[in-house]
Design a protein around this ligand. Structure first.
Ligand code: ATP
Ligand code: MG
Length: 453
């Protein structure tokens, strides 16, 4: 169960007279039959003692004063942390100091959730002081000790708990759940980077929709841009739910990649700001994709989202309501001005949005998206020419035909590209050269022709 490189570390610590165990997330994963992505070790050795035991191996100081030394063995890093108790939490996030302990029991009680507070002993049997195995079996997230106190110590645990529930598809024990909602304001003390890391984990988990639905007040604390969606009725034949519920259904329909989940989470968040009702009482949301984009950008910048993700997400939000061309010719022209990979992502978002419409409107909405998708697939299968450099001629060819250097070269290439894309000109060298020659002749005749002719 424990891989050889971790066993070697445990063995050397024990040989030197210390207690040492695999601990935390790796134990949780092993017990639920999943290969851990990394292994953590806890020990009675103090950080200097750990360094002395592994004096011959490369090491990284991960915060010795908190007790953690990382050792690299077989190209893998194992974090070794001294058994410790955390001092008073003054800022709801960081302990004021830590006390090193001789035995594992105290160390287990500082850990966040019962499923994360287990270790494996010398015989690879679980050390389980808080019922972690039972909670793992029953699929329950429960804090070690009183949830109000534990979240009060470190507010990030609220989001960690939601992340584990979303990713493992677990339920949250009622007292733990109540404390998460009651103490959600503690999240205001947490750095944007930490919040975003946990949010990404929540959004990409298989139970993301259920968790967002059940813990909306917590989510709205870190994403206040979404709060107005809850209870916002649409007064539209296309919708049978408020904007928040529609958002969650669309998100639940989506692939679990972050870009889709973020795009769907924010796609309609501009609706409340754009709401109008016509004389029949029907609701409209003119301009909402642009407003959603602005609000999403504000939220993602605050969370310090990387630029590439933000760029892709904002494109999808802005375009989510776009009606694509229905004919091959117009679709080819459309693709000239778009990145086909992004358009394919857009179709995924549009389909999820369509699925979340009211039953009466759903089928028609889905049919449109599927038609666009089929048309695009058919066009892309022909490996169409969508950028100038895919043309069978280039600028040099045009100069050789006698065209003067300058912006007109690019203009002619782009003009040919449009025609090739629309299918009125073939991307064939001879055909393009003939077309170019004829055009150049016309241009030069126009220039050399005397005025009035
Ligand atoms: P993952 O699979 O995401 O790595 P993990 O459980 O290993 O999950 P880590 O953040 O790597 O999570 O932390 C390792 C262990 O340290 C946890 O299992 C838990 O016992 C403890 N821990 C981590 N963060 C906290 C925290 N904020 N409060 C209390 N205990 C924590
Ligand atoms: Mg881990």
């Amino acid at each position: 169960m424990i891989p050889p490189y971790v066993n070697q570390i445990l063995f050397r610590l024990r040989q030197a007279g210390y207690r040492a165990y695999a601990v935390g997330g790796c134990v949780r994963d092993v017990l639920r039959g999943v290969t851990p992505h990394d292994w953590d070790v806890c020990t009675s050795a103090r950080p200097e003692e750990t360094e002395a035991v592994f004096h011959d191996l490369p090491r990284i100081d991960m915060g010795k004063k908190h007790g953690t030394v990382a050792v690299i063995l077989d190209h893998r890093t194992v974090e070794i942390t001294t058994f410790r108790a955390d001092g008073a939490y003054l800022d709801h996030r960081h302990p004021s100091g830590v006390t090193f302990l001789p035995r594992i029991e105290g160390d287990m009680s500082r850990r966040d959730f019962t499923i994360n507070a287990m270790a494996l002993d010398e015989n690879e049997r679980p050390i389980d002081l808080f019922g972690g195995q039972a909670d793992l079996k029953d699929g329950i997230i429960r804090t070690v000790g009183d949830p109000t106190q534990r979240f009060g110590e470190d507010g990030l645990r609220i989001l960690r708990g939601l992340r584990f529930a979303s990713r493992l598809d677990f339920t949250i024990e009622p007292n733990t759940a109540r404390a998460m909602v009651e103490q959600r304001d503690l999240l205001e003390n947490i750095s944007a980077e930490r919040v975003f890391t946990e949010l990404k984990g929540i959004l990409t988990g298989p139970a993301a929709g259920r968790i967002l639905r059940a813990f909306a007040p917590v989510i709205f604390t870190v994403l206040p841009e979404l709060a107005p969606l809850a209870g916002f009725e649409q007064h539209s034949p296309y919708h049978d739910s408020d904007v928040w519920e529609h958002t969650l259904r669309a998100l639940e329909a989506s692939p679990d990649q972050l870009v889709f989940r973020l795009a769907l989470l924010f796609h309609d968040c501009g609706k409340p700001d754009c709401f109008t009702r016509d004389e029949t009482g029907r609701g409209h949301f003119y301009g909402h994709p642009q407003r959603s984009r602005e609000l999403a950008e504000q939220a993602l910048r605050r969370l310090k989202c990387d630029n590439e993700t933000m760029d892709r997400v904002l494109y999808l939000i802005e375009k989510h309501d776009t009606w694509l061309p229905g004919t091959e010719k117009n679709m080819r022209r459309f693709l000239l001005h778009e990145d086909p990979a992004r358009v394919q992502d857009l179709l995924i978002v549009q389909r999820c949005d369509a699925v979340a419409h009211a039953p009466a409107a759903r089928d028609a909405a889905i049919a449109h998206v599927d038609e666009w998708a089929a048309l695009i697939r058919q066009i892309l299968a022909q490996k169409p020419c969508l950028v100038v450099k895919d043309l069978a001629v280039d600028g040099k060819d045009l100069l050789q035909l006698g065209m003067a250097p300058g912006p007109q070269v690019g203009r002619l290439l782009n003009g040919m590209l449009e025609q090739v894309a629309e299918g009125t000109l073939e991307n064939d060298r001879a055909a393009l050269l003939a077309y170019a020659k004829a055009t150049i002749d016309i241009i030069s005749r126009n220039i050399s022709a005397p005025p009035g002719v």
